[in-house]
Design a protein around this ligand. Structure first.
Ligand code: UDP
Ligand code: MG
Length: 341
């Protein structure tokens, strides 16, 4: 009997694991001890992202003692984003919790996250409250990236992390998004649904060291900004247009000088030609950039909309008072009525 024949568990925990041999067994023990009283019907899916150490052996050693733990091993190191995507595919639970295998995402906030999910929230975001003990350069870079990201995606990314509990419905939508370059945090914000934030403070790693280099982080940030926004392309178009206007003004001035006889002979033609060509080239580039930007958005093939629920009048709880107005999502019953936003 394979794992897929078993009934799906209530909760899946997805751990991306890359060279975590030193700490992964301890992490699994702490996690399962913490989950036991809160939600005993769980599975832990460890995605070994091509570790070069004994991570997989340690996970299997633990799995031999606890069948709720399983391993999905990638063929090489694909990076954390890919490992998380693999984990979302592998997870079978009604809810899926993603967290780091180094326990920098503290398990003690998990019970609260599960509680909120049970109350009816589809997305429970754990938000970094303080970036204690992180080096100032990293903090400044993360801060800048989150601000830029908040700008282009029109969502607040301050303190955003990959530590999230997602309902099955959200997981299925995320798995259905066809784009290749996946920025998990951004996509979760993009799909919407009933969302709530829970603060947490980043802990020290239990063992091993971070897999990120400074350059790696810069590349990752640039890629994610670009995957979420065609703004840089549109900026080119803007610059081209502004240059053309400026060129127009300069052309008028140059022509004026020529007419009153102040210009050195031949210079007017040169200036005018330069302006015309420069302006035309930049504007044409801009037009191409706009089409490229549109193409870029199309190619991602994101759905135009996502339906969270369809409701009719019969979905309302029996109420003595007839309701005025149309039945909308707002009027229909929600599992938890206290929306924090
Ligand atoms: N990780 C991964 N693949 C990678 C790099 C990291 O699966 O290529 C995992 C890693 O094992 C950990 C999580 O992603 O569980 C976060 O990585 P890390 O702790 O190195 O990042 P940091 O916490 O320093 O941002
Ligand atoms: Mg870490």
């Amino acid at each position: 009997m394979t794992v897929t024949d078993l009934p799906p568990p209530k909760l899946s925990v997805v751990l991306p694991v890359y060279n975590e041999a030193q700490g992964v067994e301890l992490a699994l023990r702490i996690l399962s001890e913490m989950l036991e009283p809160v939600e005993p019907d769980f599975e832990i899916v460890c995605v070994d992202d091509g570790s070069r150490d004994e991570s997989a052996e340690h996970i299997l050693a633990f799995a031999a003692r606890d069948p709720r733990v399983r391993l999905a091993q990638l063929s090489r190191n694909f990076g954390k984003e890919a490992a998380m995507a693999a984990g979302l595919d592998e997870a079978r639970g009604k809810g899926v919790l993603l967290m780091d295998a180094d326990l920098q995402h503290p398990p003690d906030v998990v019970p609260r996250m599960i509680e909120l999910w049970r109350e009816g929230y589809d997305v429970v975001n754990a938000v970094k409250e303080e970036r204690a003990r992180e080096n100032p350069l990293y903090r400044a870079m993360a801060g800048t990236f989150n601000r830029l990201m908040s700008g282009v995606a029109a969502k607040n990314f301050r303190g955003a992390s990959d530590f999230k509990l997602l309902d099955r419905q959200v997981v299925d939508v995320l798995r259905g998004l066809p784009e290749r370059n996946r920025f998990f945090r951004g996509l979760v914000a993009w799909v919407g649904f009933r969302t709530v934030d829970v603060p947490f403070s980043v802990k020290e790693r239990i063992a091993g060291e971070t897999k990120w280099s400074t350059w790696g982080l810069v590349k990752y940030s640039a890629r994610n900004l670009i995957s979420f926004s065609s703004m840089p392309l549109r900026v080119i178009a803007g610059i081209g247009f502004v240059t053309l206007i400026f060129a127009g003004l300069l052309a008028i001035q140059t022509l004026g000088r020529y007419l009153v006889g102040e210009a050195v002979s031949g210079f007017t033609t040169v200036i005018l030609l330069q302006l015309l060509l420069g302006g035309l080239i930049l504007t044409s580039l801009g037009v191409i950039a706009i089409y490229l930007a549109e193409l870029f958005d199309e190619v991602k093939q994101r759905p135009v909309f996502i339906i969270r629920r369809q409701a009719t009048r019969s979905d309302l709880p029996p109420s003595p008072e007839p309701l005025a107005g149309a039945v909308t999502d707002e009027v229909a019953p929600a599992p938890a009525e206290s929306d924090p936003e």
